[in-house]
Design a protein around this ligand. Structure first.
Ligand code: TIU
Length: 239
């Protein structure tokens, strides 16, 4: 029996320098592409935000997902939300600020950020498929109070490619948690969005500063092109 050669996906133009990842030990982690953040009437809008910058990335995240799935890569989706009795929502989170609707209040898409409500669902275009992991998280980070670390370790995953919303809140928190746990991390620049474009730009810059202190970034086209090239390579190299 011959071992299958490891597929290495090369991103020579990643920031702050070239990145490569072994596809079979990598996961695409799509953070919180939920109706509550992306659509009018949800949590994001209740905080006073314009959701249009988040809506704008849905086709790009879909293109990334399509390419990752076509390459046979493992996909993780996260959803921020709380149990109906809100036992996992600290008062410090529920009572913060002066939103129009608080977590647990009834809105046009059901109770805000409550598991099982329509607004808690991932937008239909990015719905999880069979075999993909869905992580429900009560915090901003994907590792806090979730089984994510155990699930990744069980699969031998060492490299994480992040997409989703919002760049400086749940995506950045999750990437920092992952970096501290020893994962090699890359954020896909145009497959993430913030309600505040300046915060997105600052986040991309601070993650990659100081020699990639938190990780790397690259655009979707670099990922999709590299995945396609990696898929072709073994065939081309076969005499
Ligand atoms: N998913 C996520 O980023 N949760 C937030 O609350 N983000 C905000 O930007 N408010």
């Amino acid at each position: 029996m011959s071992a299958r050669p490891e597929i290495l996906v090369e991103l020579p133009a990643a920031q702050p320098f070239a990145w490569r990842f072994p596809l079979e030990r990598s996961a695409l982690v799509v953070i919180d592409m939920q109706r509550d953040f992306v659509e009018p009437g949800g949590f994001g809008e209740s905080l006073g935000n314009d959701v249009r910058p988040l809506q704008a990335i849905v086709p790009t995240v879909r293109a990334l997902l399509d390419a990752w799935r076509a390459a046979g890569g493992f996909v993780v989706h996260t959803r921020e939300g709380h149990a109906p009795d809100l036992h996992d929502c600290p008062p410090a989170k529920r009572n913060r600020g002066a939103p129009r609707l608080r977590i647990g209040d009834a809105g046009p898409m059901g109770r805000i950020l409550v598991i099982g409500e329509p607004g808690h669902a991932i937008v239909p275009a990015l719905a999880p498929q069979a075999g993909e992991l869905v992580i429900d998280k009560p915090g901003k980070g994907a590792f806090h109070a979730t089984p994510l670390q155990a699930e990744l370790q069980r699969r031998g995953i060492s490299h994480l490619v992040f997409a989703g919303v919002t760049t400086e809140v749940c995506v950045q928190t999750s990437m920092r948690e992952a970096n501290d746990r020893g994962y090699e991390c890359l954020l896909v620049e145009d497959a993430t969005a913030s309600y505040f474009p300046a915060f997105k730009a600052a986040t991309l810059a601070m993650l990659t500063a100081q020699g990639g202190i938190v990780g790397w970034t690259a655009p979707t086209a670099a990922l999709t092109g590299a995945l396609a090239a990696a898929a072709r390579r073994p065939l081309e190299e076969t005499p």
